[in-house]
Write a protein that binds this ligand. Structure first.
Ligand SMILES: [Ca+2]
Ligand SMILES: [Ca+2]
Length: 249
């Protein structure tokens, strides 16, 4: 009788130990997967496209961090009710509206003019994520313009009043303080607006949709484009960062 009782107790203990051990194994496996997923490593490699000279900017002074924090507070206030076109924080396509994006050149075969886009983790709005870095060159013997486009996927902005985004020029490499913003709808209407006074600090650009005067219908927008032009750029070669593109009420 006692032996039988002892056998039952031992059997139950073994079962408990086995289930407890296998439980721990599952947990460890999950933690390992979370801390080091292979696809994330691959993604990080893909994102490492920022030139060396920009990486040192990560270690910028505390003063800049304070400035960014102030800017961020203002941003949150201004983004109430806004719809994200792109904050670039995923570090890859598509944009927040599901649209494709990229840089373009007027004359791709003229290698003296170019625009390169890169997700930049070293210079962005907020504490994490990326901005879009645009290295442009419109210094050519040929007519030159280039820039960055992002698809709006037939977005209905008819209930919004403004397009806002954040922009910053590169103090060291130089930048143009003026460039063009274009908005296109599905009917082929293209509104144009020139940004002035771009500086080496982040600033919010706010454009009333009514300033894209040519556009009559904002209910079916297809594309937003930033354009650097040789005829007007204050610096024909340089670097511009953009971030947090929103439509706001
Ligand atoms: Ca961002
Ligand atoms: Ca050039």
């Amino acid at each position: 009788m006692n032996l039988k009782y002892l056998f039952v107790v031992l059997s139950l203990s073994c079962l408990l130990m086995i289930s407890s051990c296998s439980g721990n194994n599952d947990q460890e496996t999950i933690i390992l997967e979370e801390s080091n997923p292979p696809h994330q490593v691959a993604d990080e490699l893909d994102k490492n496209v920022i030139p060396e000279e920009n990486k040192k900017k990560k270690s910028d002074s505390a003063n800049r961090q304070v400035a960014l924090d102030i800017v961020k507070l203002d941003k949150n206030k201004d983004l109430e009710g806004g719809i994200c076109v792109d904050d670039f924080n995923s570090g890859s396509k598509p944009n927040c509206l599901g649209g494709d994006l990229g840089a373009f050149d007027f004359m791709p075969n003229d290698f003296s003019q170019s625009c390169l886009e890169a997700y930049d983790p070293g210079m962005k709005m907020g504490d994490s994520g990326f901005s879009m870095r645009l290295d442009y060159d419109v210094d050519s013997t040929n007519p030159a313009f280039n820039g960055f486009w992002t698809k709006l996927n037939n977005f209905d902005a008819s209930h919004f009043s403004k397009l806002i985004f954040w922009v910053k020029g590169d103090q060291e490499y130089g930048f143009t303080d003026v460039f063009k913003v274009e908005l296109k709808n599905a009917s082929g209407e293209t509104g144009k607006y020139y940004i002035h006074n771009v500086s080496a600090e982040w600033q919010m650009i706010s454009i009333s949709l009514s300033d894209f005067a040519v556009i009559n219908d904002f209910s079916d927008l297809v594309e937003l484009i930033f354009v650097f032009e040789d005829r007007i750029a204050s610096n024909k070669e340089g670097t511009i960062w953009v971030d947090d593109i929103f439509f706001v009420e």
